[in-house]
Write a protein that binds this ligand. Structure first.
Ligand SMILES: Nc1ncnc2c1ncn2[C@@H]1O[C@H](COP(=O)(O)OP(=O)(O)OP(=O)(O)O)[C@@H](O)[C@H]1O
Ligand code: SF4
Ligand SMILES: [Mg+2]
Length: 333
């Protein structure tokens, strides 16, 4: 978990990515607008890194993850895996590529079929992709269960016989079954007790090192993101407003939105705590069907000027060439 980016190979690249969900009304289901859930993303995820994606509810984090995995088709833009454009693949090509990219969901209970044993659940991706035979698959399932810290003798049990943390381990084992290189973890801890969260975080971190995985780690929990991520991207109303190395973003946040998000984390020092209260974000996220003009954050921004209401800020690099720190704010310096 270093800040520097040793690996320079882009595993995932996103170019001009958009997802507008149509809003339809009436019997004719006429389109009357669109929810601009993701509205122009350009970034890369480097081999071996964990990129944390943060932002308030409804900012488009899950939609971004689903677009990268091709679980949703973009309205515009491209997603590249190892330089190969995934948005134009045939269904057969896409099916093969899916083995390389997996998702870990927020709610391990809802995402596990209650009528399947955990052995069947973890082995399902192997069957779907026709990997090996019944014996080799059983051995692989045992290996996967051990890898996530579960006793492989329990492979005949059902999800309801396990605790929340154990079920999330099953979900992780299933995600790993096809030997993926890239994993989207979408709020993987938020349904779990705090005491269990740390165990799952450590498991994800160990697995990353052992298996050389690359993660997009989506979370509301800024402390968790700080712990796990090499770089962090901050999303607001379908766009990335700040992106940089973990220490840079947490210790020198450049965007007023990032500053507001970080100010929402309580601190033990009473003086700092009093100052923190002032910086907390005011108001709610505006409707993504009708986002504010120019800088989308201006109605909530304590530093907004007239310029912010008139011109869209450019995404600029204020960091060093080898430690980029990008921000979309007219007044950041
Ligand atoms: N299938 C869909 N159809 C219509 N609108 C959708 C759909 N999926 C998401 N949205 C809308 O797109 C916006 C972004 O949603 P998304 O789930 O990506 O946000 P999020 O950042 O993951 O939020 P949360 O932190 O609550 O999980 C929201 O306004 C949401 O209501
Ligand atoms: S561009 Fe203006 S409104 Fe937007 S974040 Fe910067 S200061 Fe605030
Ligand atoms: Mg989400």
């Amino acid at each position: 978990m270093s800040d520097s980016n040793d690996a320079t190979k882009k595993l995932i690249e996103v170019r001009g990515l958009k997802k507008h969900f149509p809003i339809r009304r009436g019997l004719a289901r006429r389109q009357i607008g669109a929810v601009k859930a993701v509205d122009g993303l350009d970034f890369a995820i480097y081999e071996g890194e964990t990129l944390g994606l943060v932002g308030e509810s409804g900012c488009g984090k899950s939609t971004t993850g689903r677009l990268i995995l091709q679980l949703l088709h973009p309205t515009a833009g491209e997603v590249l895996l190892n330089g190969r454009n995934l948005t134009t693949l045939s269904p057969t090509e896409l099916r093969q590529t899916r083995r390389d990219m997996q998702i870990i969901f927020q709610d391990p209970y809802a995402s596990l079929n209650p009528r399947m044993t955990i052995g069947e659940i973890v082995g399902e991706p192997l069957r779907v992709h026709d990997v090996g035979n019944a014996v080799s698959r059983k051995n692989r399932v045992a290996e996967l269960l051990n890898m996530v810290g579960l006793d492989s003798r329990f492979d005949g049990r059902y999800p309801h016989e396990f605790s929340g943390g154990q079920r999330q381990r099953v979900g992780i084992a299933r995600a790993l079954a096809s030997n993926p290189r890239f994993i989207v973890a979408d709020e993987p801890m938020s349904a779990l007790d705090v005491s269990i969260q740390a165990q799952i975080v450590n498991l994800l971190d160990d697995l990353k090192r052992q298996l050389g995985l690359t993660y997009l780690f989506i979370s509301h929990d800024l402390s968790m993101v700080r712990y796990l991520s090499d770089r962090v991207a901050v999303m607001y109303l379908g766009q990335i407003v700040e992106m940089g190395g973990r220490s840079a973003v947490y210790e020198r946040p450049l965007h007023p939105y990032t500053q507001g998000l970080l100010a929402a984390i309580p601190v033990p020092d009473p003086d700092k705590e009093a100052r923190r209260q002032h910086a907390i974000l005011q108001g709610d996220v505006p409707n993504p069907a009708n986002p504010p003009q120019a800088c989308r954050f201006h109605p909530r921004c304590p530093l907004a000027t007239e310029l912010c209401q008139q011109e869209t800020p450019v995404f600029r690099n204020l960091g060093d060439p080898d430690a980029a720190h990008w921000v979309a704010c007219h007044h950041a310096q």
